[in-house]
Design a protein around this ligand. Structure first.
Ligand code: FAD
Ligand code: UDP
Length: 373
């Protein structure tokens, strides 16, 4: 078989580049995924009870990029949705990112008022402060508050999720969920937020529905590499795997999702509840909050973090820390040597903790700068 482009992986990165190459350059694309579906980790589907679920954990779309939002809006209308998360502390479910409402939910009113005044005086209203920064810069009662939040929201959750404590990870990891000096309970404050109105998978179908694109599922690209003639390849799988682990394995974190369907409208008050202290799971997800689906049943999923083992489970999370970045750079140098033939992009190939919009932005930029130039 002959094609202009062989694209490995049908997630956001692969699908965006397949769509751009096919529609803007008129070139032929064969997109291959080893899973039995398109959409990568953003895939959604109806379970046996008719509930629309996110197979690989809740996916909320949020971005400040009008470029990304306008691009995806060509393939889907949106359902407006603002994600909210609660974290369980001493049996109470309080908002996270930890904010002024969390303080009032946990502390006596007079003390909460005092903490609110101190935070606003020190940082200003509406400011987001990463927990590691709050711990360094706070003194007196604010320092006690910083320790309280660190211990109750971050420390144990992070140990469970990463098997590392927050200080052993790049500060950018816990900075994703900063302490927010505000009454805004939304998980994200991005300009554009929502979910594809009919689901992620129909949106991917539309992106890939082009006469120049052929999709091949259930196929590891290594099985067909000798049988295909192509001009260029785009690879979105794990970069260390592409190079047969020649510099050693890049560490990833995996997880397991256990689904349960209940005979009631809703199980919990918001889409995600985090459990830093109790249980082996980190989160309970309830997708009906995200999708807005009406049903007398609801499906929830428990998220259990796992060690990643090649061939046994999925490499969901690159682990952001200096030593891993150094190892990634060795692979990046290998990738540079073959860049005329093979391009690398995506959460696994760039070894970066991308959100969906960042994966799309990376793909669009790669297209504009390296392919369309
Ligand atoms: P992927 O979606 O991982 O796609 C890569 C594809 O390559 C996979 O389908 C894989 O099967 C395929 N592949 C790999 N190797 C091979 C091979 N050898 N042969 C064939 N195919 C191969 N982002 C948000 O913005 N909001 C969220 O709420 C959010 N929640 C998330 C929750 C979880 C649990 C996880 C893990 C991620 C979440 N993300 C979220 C991040 C989001 O999933 C990623 O940004 C996005 O999926 C990256 O797209 P990608 O195409 O780079 O990678
Ligand atoms: N985090 C935490 N407690 C929480 C929420 C987040 O300790 O209640 C930390 C944890 O280290 C986590 C990181 O912040 O991995 C980023 O959280 P995010 O919700 O962005 O993680 P993701 O949705 O990507 O799993």
């Amino acid at each position: 078989m002959k094609t202009d482009w062989l694209i490995i992986g049908a997630g956001f990165t692969g699908a965006t580049l397949a769509e751009r190459i096919a529609s803007q350059r008129g070139e032929k694309v064969l997109i291959v995924d080893k899973r039995d579906h398109i959409g990568g980790n953003s895939y959604d589907c109806y379970d046996e009870h008719g509930i629309l679920i996110h197979k690989y954990g809740s996916h909320t779309f949020h971005t400040n990029s009008s470029m990304v939002w306008n691009y995806l809006s060509m393939f889907t209308p949106w359902r407006p949705y603002f994600h909210e998360v609660r974290v369980v502390i001493d049996g109470k479910k309080v908002p996270v990112p930890f904010n002024l409402n969390s303080i009032y939910a946990l502390f006596p009113p007079k003390y909460a008022e005092k903490l609110e005044a101190l935070l606003i005086d020190h940082f200003g209203y509406g400011v987001k402060v990463p927990i590691l920064k709050l711990r360094q810069s706070a003194s007196g009662e604010l320092s006690d508050l910083a320790d309280y939040i660190y211990q109750n929201v971050f420390y144990k959750y992070t140990l469970k999720h990463w098997e590392l404590d927050p200080e052993q990870l790049a500060p950018s990891v816990t900075a994703r969920v900063p302490v927010y000096i505000s009454r805004d309970n939304r998980y994200f404050q991005d300009t554009y937020q929502g979910l594809p109105k009919h689901g992620y998978t129909p949106m991917f179908n539309k992106m890939l529905n082009h006469p120049n694109i052929k999709t091949l599922l259930n196929t590891d690209y290594k099985e067909l590499i000798g049988e295909i003639t192509y001009q260029r390849m785009l690879y979105t799988g794990p970069i260390d795997e592409y190079f047969d682990y020649m510099h050693g394995q890049l560490p990833y974190r995996s997880m397991r999702f256990e689904f349960d369907t209940l005979d009631k409208d809703y199980h919990q008050e918001v889409g995600t509840v985090n459990y830093p202290h109790e249980y082996d799971y980190t989160r309970v997800l309830e997708q009906k909050h995200l999708t807005g689906q009406q049903s007398p049943k609801t499906t929830i999923s428990y998220v259990y973090p796992e060690t990643y083992t090649i061939g046994k489970n999925e490499p969901y999370y690159p682990i952001p820390r200096d030593e891993n970045k150094d190892l990634y750079r060795l692979y990046q140098a290998e990738a540079d040597k073959i860049k005329d033939k093979v391009l690398f992009a995506g959460r696994l190939a760039d070894y970066k903790y991308y959100n969906m919009d960042q994966a799309v932005a990376r793909a669009l930029t790669l297209f504009n700068n390296e392919i369309q130039k």
